[in-house]
Write a protein that binds this ligand. Structure first.
Ligand code: SAM
Length: 214
């Protein structure tokens, strides 16, 4: 039996090793924590296309990536992710990637999914982060949702304004995440599993024959 690590970065690096992955995509880099985990798991000639709209945080994390001697595996693009994905398709990179990790703007997950299905090999995996959206995807009752979000206000330390921003952001992305989860369940091109690690990680295996959707 295998122990499942409590951390998404570690889980992804284990998965990459099991898959013998060589070529991956990461959408949403921030300081590069998950990027570093992936880069460490790839062989020395491995390659990661890493995309983020804002490189400021990445520059903070870059010295750690360099210290780990894995910077040569990373091809970083500061851009809207959909633009780079479409370029990869246009440059004939279809079905050449083993794995993708998506941890960026939730409203665009569906767009990324369509492009990634072209880029990832059959048998490869697309991992979507935050698919439990702090547990809010499982709350259908409005009052229960408000109570759940209010309970955070008691736990989180910060200004009222900051807490309002967090709660409003969670509320704004909740419906798109629910719709994306529903879409994935019905998508016969993939096999999927949602792992309740961190904020929820959905692993989609790209299939070569349509799955029967009940
Ligand atoms: C949650 S952070 C990523 C964290 C990172 N994966 C990690 O585990 O360390 C989300 C990132 O997505 C980026 N992002 C948001 N919208 C984006 C877009 N349209 N295209 C590319 N990156 C985007 C943000 O700039 C931010 O750095």
């Amino acid at each position: 039996m295998m122990n499942v690590p409590a951390d998404e970065g570690l889980l992804i690096s284990m998965l990459l090793k099991i898959m013998n992955a060589k070529k991956t995509i990461e959408i949403g880099v921030f300081t590069g924590y998950s990027l570093l985990s992936s880069a460490l798991a790839l062989p020395d000639d491995g390659k990661i296309v890493a995309i983020d709209i804002d490189s400021e945080a990445f520059e903070t994390g870059l010295p750690f990536i360099q210290k780990a001697n894995v910077a040569h595996k990373i091809h970083y693009f500061e851009s809207e992710a959909d633009i780079i994905l479409r370029q990869l398709v246009a440059y004939g990179e279809n079905e050449t990637f083993d794995f993708a990790f998506v941890d960026a703007d939730k409203v665009n997950y569906r767009t990324y999914h369509e492009e990634l299905l072209k880029l990832i090999k059959v048998g490869g995996v697309i991992a979507y982060d935050n698919t439990l959206w702090s547990g809010t995807v499982a709350i259908s009752d409005d009052i229960e949702l408000e109570n759940h979000l209010r309970s955070w206000r008691q736990e989180l330390v910060g200004s009222d304004e900051m807490l309002d921003d967090i709660v409003n952001y969670v509320k704004a992305c909740r419906q798109p995440v629910i719709e994306f989860n529903d879409f994935l369940i019905k998508d016969s091109r993939i096999e999927l599993v949602l792992i309740s690690i961190g904020d929820g990680l959905t692993l989609c295996s790209v299939s070569n024959r349509p799955r029967i959707v009940l």
